[in-house]
Design a protein around this ligand. Structure first.
Ligand code: ADP
Ligand code: ZN
Ligand code: ZN
Length: 727
């Protein structure tokens, strides 16, 4: 296959541009041919006439001639994508059964954002001599020039009138603030394990760079993809930093992916502190202006390192020599909307496309990576301390939320992290007399009680799993569609006032824990702030969902607690063992770092014999992964198979039902489903699954079935969502 950038043979200048419109409306399926204005290349963003409309689109290929009479584009945008990103969009559309338009749209910077201009003042050369009369204040002002003008504009205007300074509007990049975390800016002395890891990465990075440059002495083989398996606290960040510096020195671009920026401010701060202005940050928490300006700094090549979550893998960097995926096991790397891409797969594609090196790092790698990648291991903590002992606490006979020794340990601890993977006050309400359950009117799920106080706290020190009381305060919320309603005063079915609250959530637990409590879950806006305050506190408890277990490095946490390890274990998914292992091992990884404290971790469970829990408690990732891979191989699950999930969604129940049946017929016989109809956000869904040993045929079969149904009668109002290897 020839690259879309290279002009087709013959050496003649291509006269045609192929334009993929950036709209996803039905019936508009590109690419379309237009006459090529001089200098218009692959990646250009253009506006073209289309029937009576104007469409924005991206040039995805050039051609010598076209069979159609060609129109000219109406305009060419100043924005353009590097050719490698155009290739990425086209590949991604095929890889995850999406459209080029949707993928291209993800790669472009926010549109319609004005440039920010500010006033820039400078002293006119030669304007000041011995005879110039200036006040002290004016001299002080001039000493600060050249620079942006602020409050002192009136004073500067007076100097401008005297011909001493010039003031002009200039474009200024909006730069995101640095996360407020102090970090050492200079490289630390590496320990022997880290040194070996950096050496191996350096030779891969330099080897890949030499090969890319076509150097005669380029090594015959280069390790292009590596897994950095380093136990929690082993100093992986330091290894990434030195690897990134090496790639930068070799003149190449670097992408660094982290699971969620608000939860990993330390990682971002360390990259900024070490590599300075070469670092750009891209994430959804930035304003549109900031995102646009950071995008342009990368596009112009002023910034050569992009740090951020998932979407940073789409950075407009050219010649990427290194892609780092930190905490590579994290499910946050999978995109929820269309296209449902996996940032780790895109990371591997980009490294391969540009002849760079991919490094995936984790203490608890995915079975996929364990199987496929050569490993570098960091087996000990950087501070030389042992990993904390983890005890499984059997709560089968326990009638309180916290088992007695766990409760006592929390009272004794100075700083503790407590994991409960359910947010809200109580996850469901049920009438104690007739069993009526409170469901969302739009979705087939229970409503979750939030912001309640009172009744459960009656059992303050030892709340029970279910509490009864008139619900009174708070609000019932649906976690899927956002529906809200006041909590019931009595049961609508039998008018009983005994309403049971089941499934303890983080809010209730936080209210019942002793001492100073910091809560962190998806309902908390300022997550970075909570982490910062907990980090700075002398003592206290950080309680929350899985997000409290992500790569933070607090030196003085002496206790970790998992309140209900069975919650993830019971989850009906082939990844539930893997998730449980990761969650427990990662939580354990937060305890007993640095400082004088020694760590301890307590895991409450009703299945103390479970292998994933026992091996997490033993910090034994190798044995866990070997067993997990055996199990997956036997049962034909990823990484030994590809799984596709296809959901037909319609507001009309019968239409959703019918679409599911049609899809069933168009998919290969081994497809399963449709699974029982369910409702989300007032729409009916039917889901089917297809599993096969090889990715290509699975994706092709799904693509064919979905395309045929999209063009059929009855497709109006139907949304088909495809997810390859769903999380
Ligand atoms: P990981 O990401 O592997 O969990 P971090 O990169 O967060 O670990 O490092 C854990 C702690 O160890 C950090 O506080 C870091 O500054 C420190 N550290 C890393 N390397 C060294 C080293 N060579 N000597 C001393 N401390 C180190
Ligand atoms: Zn009732
Ligand atoms: Zn709902």
């Amino acid at each position: 296959m020839s690259s879309p950038t290279s002009p087709p043979g013959g050496g003649r200048e291509p006269a045609v541009i192929r334009v993929e419109p950036l709209v996803t409306a039905r019936g508009v399926r590109g690419p379309f041919d237009y006459a090529r204005p001089a200098g218009c290349d692959v990646g250009a963003v253009v506006e073209v006439p289309f029937g009576r409309q104007r469409l924005r689109g991206v040039v995805t290929a050039l051609a010598e001639t076209s069979e159609h009479a060609l129109k000219e584009p109406l305009s060419i945008d100043e924005t353009s994508l590097p050719p490698s990103l155009v290739e990425l969009a086209l590949w991604m559309a095929g890889d995850v059964v999406s459209t080029p338009a949707r993928c291209l749209d993800l790669l472009l910077p926010p549109a319609d954002v004005t440039e920010r201009t500010r006033l820039w003042a400078a002293v006119v050369p030669g304007a000041i001599d011995a005879g110039t009369r200036l006040t002290e204040r004016q001299r002080a002002l001039l000493d600060r020039l050249p620079g942006w003008t602020g409050d002192d504009l009136p004073a500067l205007r007076r100097l401008e009138a005297r011909g001493i300074v010039t003031i002009e509007p200039r474009a200024q990049d909006r730069r995101p603030d640095d996360p407020a975390v102090g970090a050492p800016a200079r490289p630390v002395a590496l320990n022997p394990d880290q040194t070996a890891a950096v050496e191996r990465l350096r030779s891969a990075i330099l080897g890949a760079a030499a090969r890319r440059a076509g150097a005669g002495d380029a090594p015959a083989s280069v390790e292009e993809r590596l897994l950095l398996h380093g136990v929690t606290g082993s100093g992986k960040t330091e290894v990434y930093l030195q690897a990134a510096a090496c790639a930068l020195e070799a003149g190449r671009g670097v992408v660094v992916l982290v699971p969620e920026i608000a939860l990993t401010p330390q990682t971002v701060a360390r990259f900024r502190a070490r590599l300075g202005d070469a670092v750009a940050v891209l994430h959804s928490g930035l304003s549109r202006g900031e995102r646009r300006d950071e995008w342009w700094r990368l596009r112009r090549g002023e910034a050569r390192v992009c740090v951020g979550p998932m979407s940073a893998v789409l950075a407009p960097l050219e010649d990427v020599g290194l892609v780092i995926v930190d905490e590579e096991h994290d499910p946050a790397f999978k995109h929820d909307g269309d296209p449902r891409y996996d940032a780790r797969r895109v990371a591997a594609w980009r490294a391969r496309r540009d002849g760079g090196v991919l490094v995936a790092g984790s203490a608890t790698p995915r079975p996929e990576s364990w199987l496929a990648l050569p490993r570098i291991s960091l087996a000990r903590r950087a501070d030389g301390r042992p990993l904390p002992p983890v005890e499984l606490v059997d709560v089968r006979r326990c009638r309180t939320v916290l088992e007695r020794t766990v409760h006592q340990a929390l009272i004794d601890a100075r700083k503790a992290i407590v994991l409960l993977n359910r947010r809200g006050w109580a996850t469901s309400l049920q009438c104690a007399d007739c069993g009526h359950a409170w469901q969302c009117p739009n979705c087939d799920v229970s409503l979750v009680l939030h912001g309640a106080g009172g009744p459960s706290a009656a059992a303050a020190a030892a709340p029970t799993m279910a509490a009864i009381g008139s619900a009174g305060s708070g609000v019932l919320r649906c976690h899927h569609c956002g529906h809200r309603e006041p909590p019931p005063v009595h049961c609508p079915a039998c008018r009983s006032v005994s309403v049971g609250r089941h499934g303890l959530g983080t809010e209730q637990l936080a209210a019942d824990l002793p001492g100073h409590v910091f809560r962190l879950d998806a309902d908390v806006r300022d997550r970075a702030g909570v982490l910062e305050r907990f980090g700075a506190a002398e003592e206290g408890i950080l309680v929350g969902t899985q997000m409290i277990a992500k790569g933070h490095d607090f030196p003085d946490v002496d206790l970790g607690v998992v309140v209900d390890a069975d919650a993830t274990l019971r989850f009906p998914d082939f990844r539930s063992q893997e998730r449980t292992f990761q969650l427990v091992a990662q939580l354990a990884g937060r305890a007993g770092r640095g400082g004088a404290t020694s760590g301890r971790v307590l895991v409450q469970t009703r299945s103390p014999e479970d292998a994933s829990l026992r091996l997490a408690a033993a910090h034994d990732a190798e044995t866990f992964l070997a067993g997990e891979l055996d199990r997956r191989r036997e049962r034909g699950f990823p990484p030994f198979a590809t799984l596709a999930r296809i959901t037909c969604e319609h507001e009309d129940e019968a239409r959703a039902q019918a679409a599911g049946e049609v899809l069933r017929q168009r998919l290969p016989r081994e497809a399963t489903g449709p699974l029982p109809l369910f409702r989300r956000q007032g729409r009916f869904r039917r889901t089917l699954e297809l599993r096969g040993p090889h990715r290509g045929p699975v994706v092709a079969a799904v693509r064919a079935a979905v395309d045929s149904i999209a063009g059929s009668r009855g497709a109006r109002g139907l949304v088909v969502v495809v997810e390859i290897d769903p999380r």
